[in-house]
Design a protein around this ligand. Structure first.
Ligand SMILES: [Zn+2]
Length: 74
């Protein structure tokens, strides 16, 4: 699995609800533990998200759109 700590600029984007990889504003939530949450945008960019810590990009996963619902394969 590819791991990449986001730059401050990219982390700020993610905190604003914008995918720093593709600009999407549609996210789906995955597994969580403690204050950490895995999220992915509609295009499959997966992040480890645990404010106030800097998020990590974890590579691409499969995300399917089913009507208005996003289904992600974390
Ligand atoms: Zn994205």
């Amino acid at each position: 699995m590819e791991l990449e700590r986001l730059s401050k600029e990219d982390n700020d984007k993610l905190n604003s609800g914008i995918c720093p990889k593709c600009g999407s504003t549609h996210f789906v939530q995955g597994p969580s533990g403690g204050n950490a949450q895995n999220i992915a945008c509609e295009n499959g960019h997966r992040f480890w998200f645990a404010p106030p810590f800097t998020a990590e990009y974890q590579g691409k996963i499969k995300v399917e759109r089913d009507g208005d619902i996003l289904r992600a394969y974390f």
